[in-house]
Design a protein around this ligand. Structure first.
Ligand code: ARG
Length: 277
């Protein structure tokens, strides 16, 4: 009897192992399914990319040969990726917040929009390795530069941030005595600062510099905003795109190694600033 129990325990163990084995097989088939993602994109010949093209020098509109075109450092990066994959790019330009939602629903292959790879977003989407580390800046009217010299000076004032962006969280966490104003598109926020309906606007370094270069009545305030580790930009992917993620990381490593990203940022900063003249 004792022997029987022993054997049944052992057999049970084997059965459990077998169950684990089949669990592992399920794992393989799901990764096979995600291997299908890259193959599917190559087969379609099109990479569907979501962005919010209000973000110079990373993505913005300009006239190219008389045609309204989305350009920028992110666009150059995506073009390099598409070339590597042998596919065309199909851009979808919306507000930032709905773009992230659309990506999570799997309507886009990827989101490239200066997207910060935060821990919170990692719950709902995949990210590649980071490709750019920004800092935070505060944009104010030039006339108010002497007035707004630190976070405390903005107490009781309205501080803008793009809807769905990490800047909303920064205003809530750090500008605790100010009132957050969330708006979908950055140019609308810029107009509000110019008109004085909001007092300040939190943007990342290059973007703040671009808007200031394009608007002589705006300036970068001398206000220190604390940055956190997870503000760096990465490409966002819907969950289940692990194979695409791996391929993109290889391409990004190569582009970074060749200093291409810096080159794209520099080139497009000049292009965005030129537009203002
Ligand atoms: N990096 C910030 C974030 O991920 C802002 C990104 C906004 N991007 C844009 N293209 N408007 O929340």
């Amino acid at each position: 009897m004792k022997k029987f129990i022993k054997w049944s325990v052992i057999l049970g163990g084997v059965f459990l192992l077998g169950a684990c084995g089949s669990g592992a097989t399920t794992g393989t088939s799901s990764s096979q399914k995600s291997e299908g993602k890259l193959a599917a994109i190559k087969k379609a010949g099109v990479l569907k990319v979501g962005t919010s093209a209000d973000f110079p020098p990373f993505e913005f509109h300009t006239m190219v040969d008389g045609k309204d075109t989305i350009v920028g450092a992110d666009v150059d990066m995506v073009n390099a990726i598409a070339e590597e994959l042998g596919v065309k790019v199909q851009w979808s330009d919306t507000e930032f917040d709905p773009m992230l939602a659309s990506l999570q629903q799997g309507n886009l292959d990827m989101g490239v929009s200066g997207i910060s790879a935060t821990e919170e977003r990692k719950q709902n989407m995949l990210f590649t390795d980071n490709y750019y580390a920004p800092k935070q800046n505060v944009v104010v009217k030039k006339d108010n530069l002497d007035k707004y010299t630190n976070i405390a000076s903005l107490a009781g004032k309205k501080v803008g941030a793009q809807k769905g962006s990490i800047q909303e969280g920064i205003v809530k966490d750090q500008f605790t005595d100010s009132q957050l104003v969330s708006v979908g598109k950055i140019p609308s926020l810029v107009v509000e600062v110019k008109q004085g309906s909001i007092d300040a606007l939190v943007l990342e370094d290059k973007i703040a510099e671009s808007y200031v270069a394009q608007n002589a009545d705006l300036a970068l305030a001398d206000i220190e905003v604390t940055s956190s580790d997870d503000e760096s930009y990465a490409i966002a992917l819907p969950k289940g795109s692990e194979d695409l993620q791996a391929e993109l990381n290889k391409i990004l490593a190569k582009l970074t190694e060749e200093d291409k990203i810096d080159e794209f940022v520099e080139k497009n900063t000049a292009l965005a600033n030129e537009q203002a003249k």
